[in-house]
Design a binder for this molecule. Structure first.
Ligand SMILES: C[S@@+](CC[C@H](N)C(=O)[O-])C[C@H]1O[C@@H](n2cnc3c(N)ncnc32)[C@H](O)[C@@H]1O
Length: 426
């Protein structure tokens, strides 16, 4: 079945739409990438599984009104991953994510979560994205060196590395590094198969890591171990240092927007400066302290913020970023039920708010149960995966919390990814 003509249905979690092909007496589901709902397309089947097929739309026979010329054709059918919605207009991408989020909450979280979440809004565009066509936002880009020595990315669900001609989603500082093509000045420093990470910090020169180590061109500034990031917030600009290979929000506007949303959620939507003064906050998965610093300002000297983070280098960065904030205690530990209980016990009673920003897999049932047992009035859950959000939020609902608000944010234009800040209250 090399090519099949299909009518494409609604999007599903993972960056594809659902279609069906006849299969014996019944039908088989096909997950189709690079198509839009309602389109009639020719599809090449890329993977056969016992219960479903995967395919890519290679010819659009009846296009949707939402279809646009992709600003990144190299991420289209047969191409690299990371730009799977680039064939849709930005408003259509946001409607796609809204649909997937609502469906995932219902399918994985169950009817109660779906009901409490209510009418899930479209993910909010970040400042400047609509004007820029959703391009030039990524301050971190991962590449791999192809066999011919040029920088590229892996084919979607493939091992082969494709050389890239452009990186339209990358921030301008990354293009300035001149990584692409056979004339790149970096070529003598890397080898086929090397992993490259390009970083364009908000308050520092862009830099390149080769196999996780900061590199520099001959005669240029020595490689740095950390970069400076500056985040504009309501309490003024906040300055951070972050390990070059450490976690930092990828969208150039995401640090400020996330800090503002988390503060508003923790403060019950009130004036954060007053509502959180004196509050006791437990922050889990705190990274280099992006959220810890504005939380520390908001609770003030009479409040307390305790963090737990697993990566030693991130805790070291946080120590520097939070220097002088005596109301903050930084803990390094792998987060599990035990560490949540221990951290909460330090407050000598329930903290007012628990903030958590777990990795893509979510916090998981055990950690969510331990968080619920802490009995904080509010839990602010930051999720970068709708399925993990549905599991984590459903766990909280089963343990005495209800959803007060869900704020989806379009942190990753042209991809299917979406960030959501959920406020849970007892
Ligand atoms: C999505 S990041 C959030 C960091 C921070 N809130 C930010 O926005 O920069 C998740 C963080 O959780 C940490 N982490 C992941 N799994 C962990 C675990 N099991 N225990 C402790 N920390 C973990 C990672 O090192 C990372 O810093």
């Amino acid at each position: 079945m090399p090519f099949t003509e299909l009518l494409v249905g609604q999007p599903a979690h993972g960056g594809h739409c659902v279609a069906r092909v006849p299969d014996g007496e019944g039908e088989r589901v096909v997950f189709v990438r690079h198509a839009l709902p309602g389109e009639r397309v020719r599809v090449t089947i890329t993977e056969h599984r016992s219960s479903f097929l995967r395919g890519e739309a290679v010819e659009i026979l009846e296009p949707s009104a939402d279809r646009v010329d992709s600003p990144w054709p190299e991420a289209g059918a047969g191409g690299v991953g990371g730009g799977e919605l680039a064939h849709a207009s930005l408003p259509a991408q946001r409607r796609w994510k809204q649909h997937v989020l609502a469906e995932t909450l219902r399918r994985i979280g169950g009817p109660e979560l779906a009901e409490q979440a209510g009418e899930v809004p479209e993910p909010r565009a970040l400042p400047g994205d609509d004007e820029a066509g959703g391009l030039g936002y990524r301050t971190r880009v991962s590449l791999t060196v192809a066999q011919d020595g040029t920088a590229g990315m892996h084919a979607h669900r493939g091992h082969e590395v494709r050389s890239l001609g452009g990186m339209p989603l990358a921030a301008p500082g990354i293009a300035d590094l001149d990584l692409l093509g056979p004339e790149s000045p970096w070529r003598s420093l890397w080898h086929p198969g090397a992993r490259l990470t390009a970083v364009a910090p908000s308050a520092d020169e862009p830099l390149l890591l080769i196999d996780g180590k900061p590199a520099s061109l001959p005669g240029r500034r020595r490689p740095r171990r950390s970069v400076r990031e500056r985040v504009s917030t309501a309490v003024g600009p906040l300055d951070y240092r972050v390990d070059t290979a450490g976690f930092w929000q990828v969208h150039r506007q995401a640090p400020a927007v996330l800090a503002e949303e988390v503060l508003a959620a923790a403060a019950a939507g009130g004036d954060t400066a007053n509502a959180l003064a004196g509050a006791q906050i437990l922050e889990l998965y705190a990274g280099a302290g992006l959220l810890t610093l504005p939380l520390a300002h908001a609770v003030g000297a009479s409040g307390a913020v305790m963090t737990v983070e697993g990566a030693a280098s991130a805790v070291q960065d946080a120590r520097r970023n939070l220097a002088g904030q005596n109301q903050v205690t930084l803990g390094q530990a792998r987060i599990d039920a035990g560490t949540v209980r221990e951290a909460a016990a330090e407050f000598g009673g329930a903290p007012d708010v628990v903030v958590l920003d777990p990795p893509r897999a979510g916090a998981g049932a055990e950690v969510m149960a331990a968080i619920a047992a802490v009995r904080a009035r509010r839990v602010v859950l930051v999720s970068c995966d709708p399925a993990a959000l549905a599991r984590d939020a459903a766990d909280a609902l089963g343990r005495g919390y209800r959803v007060e608000r869900m704020v989806p944010l379009d942190f990753f234009p042209h991809t299917h990814h979406v960030e959501v800040v959920t406020t849970l209250v007892r």
